[in-house]
Design a binder for this molecule. Sequence first.
Ligand SMILES: N[C@@H](CCC(=O)N[C@@H](CS)C(=O)NCC(=O)O)C(=O)O
Length: 83
Amino acid sequence: MKLYASAASSFAREIRVMMLEKGVEHELELVNLWEPNQLHHVNPLGKVPALKLDDGRVLVSSGFGGRQHGCGQCNTLQNAFSR
Ligand SMILES: N[C@@H](CCC(=O)N[C@@H](CS)C(=O)NCC(=O)O)C(=O)O
């Protein structure tokens, strides 16, 4: 899977830390949000983090807003890689 992140994004940082802690193999693409970029091809909202799964699906919410509702990247990672 591939994580699209920005160095300035705490949302993206949380997902990256979680992936590293759980040992989830992934590619990292740092996106410069202050310059024209291709992020909208992955996430039409143009926001990071965006997590592209190996099957092509893309998760676009880190879970800060939706964690309590059982959605978002955090929950997906928690469920897929719980230990
Ligand atoms: N609800 C989203 C918020 C993500 C978000 O706001 N990301 C900001 C960086 S911290 C962003 O990509 N902003 C770029 C833009 O709005 O153009 C989440 O939890 O992932």
